[in-house]
Write a protein that binds this ligand. Structure first.
Ligand code: SF4
Length: 345
């Protein structure tokens, strides 16, 4: 794409960001690199609204610095992560804090040596935290770039190259944030809002600038004029249908004197977290408390919960009153919620 078109598009993108960007997000209003790092890890698998409203501030209040996080026991970190899911993120965050002690590295390479930090997160820390001239490519940005440059089946390395070629080196941070917002607000996976028709224009109160009046319809996207993919956006971004694996799980609930039997998970994505003891089903059918469905990563789980009078295996007796701060997954939370509902009836 000619340099002239790239420059014009960069300018339009920043202008669009001024009025349409999500500048009010809390992690965009801090210079604290640690806080930006925490937000990036939380946002990896969780929606912006949930992170902003339920976890980000609470986590930073409990662990206000990398040093504070490094000195905290992992159980406490898990406790603050409770309900956010994908606990490996919390474990990696904690492990990185221990490795760094009080300061995150300032270069992409060193950052990527830390647990749980890949190229995207390293670039986000360098761009949003340290304001370096680096490109950022997440799924939203990748989609915008593939369409804007009209590249079919773009490979990861190619997308990073495109991002580098488009980077606005005068305003790299805002440029990256603007591209990210454009991907999540306008250049949507299925139907991007490139432009709206004349009738929709009236509804939206949309107005073209004088220089743009020769174009039909109202351009919603600031990259519209030079975008190579606007005629056929689906050609440059294909939504993949997820393949799920079905699984049945059986858990037992054993409560005694205000405590509940829990086990420390030894492996898998819930490693080191507390979960209900898993049991064989055939001997407990009459004790079934209830069932529920749960989805996590590629799994569609069919979970059955049973009442148990006693347990032979080694368990941790956890006070019921402390469960809300315990390191438990959203799956276990759902099971405990079901148990409470059944008990109330
Ligand atoms: S014009 Fe359309 S396809 Fe191109 S970047 Fe904008 S929203 Fe995406």
């Amino acid at each position: 794409m000619p340099q002239k078109h790239l420059k014009t598009s960069q300018k339009k993108l920043l202008k669009w960001y001024e009025t349409n960007g999500r500048q009010d997000l809390p992690w965009r209003n801090t210079e604290d690199v640690y806080a930006i790092y925490v937000s990036e890890i939380m946002l990896q698998q969780t929606q912006v609204k949930r992170v902003a409203e339920e976890y980000y501030f609470q986590f930073l209040e409990k662990f206000p610095s990398l040093l504070a996080l490094s000195q905290a026991p992992l159980e406490e970190v898990f406790g603050m992560w409770s309900g956010l899911g994908y606990y490996r993120r919390a474990k990696n965050l904690h492990a990185s804090a221990i490795l760094c002690s009080d300061r995150l590295p300032k270069d992409m390479k060193s950052l990527q040596h830390l647990p749980g930090i890949g190229k995207y997160t390293a670039s986000a820390i360098c761009s949003f935290g340290y304001h370096q001239k680096v490109s950022v490519v997440d799924t939203n940005i990748a989609r915008v770039l593939a369409r804007f440059f009209g590249v079919e089946d773009a490979k990861e390395a190619q997308l990073w190259e495109l991002a580098d070629s488009f980077l606005n080196t005068k305003n790299p941070t805002e440029h990256n944030l603007a591209l990210m917002d454009l991907g999540s607000l306008v250049c949507l996976p299925k139907i991007p809002t490139c432009a709206v028709s004349a009738s929709e224009e009236v509804l939206l109160g949309c107005q073209l600038s004088e220089s743009e009046e020769h174009l039909s319809g109202c351009q919603v996207c600031p990259l519209f004029e030079n975008c190579k993919g606007k005629e056929e956006p689906s050609k440059y971004y294909k939504t993949k249908s997820k393949v799920y694996e079905e699984k049945k799980l059986h858990y037992g609930v054993c409560v005694k004197d205000g405590t509940i039997a829990m086990k420390i998970s030894k492996e898998g994505m819930y490693k080191d977290m507390l979960e209900l003891p898993s049991i064989e089903t055939f001997c407990h059918v009459e004790s079934l408390l209830g069932s529920f469905k749960h989805s996590v990563t590629k799994y569609r789980l069919d979970v059955h919960l049973y009442h148990l009078d006693a347990l032979e295996e080694e368990v941790v007796w956890m006070p019921l009153s402390e469960l809300h701060t315990a390191p438990i997954s959203s799956l276990t939370q759902k099971a405990l919620k079901l148990y409470k509902e059944v008990k109330r009836d």
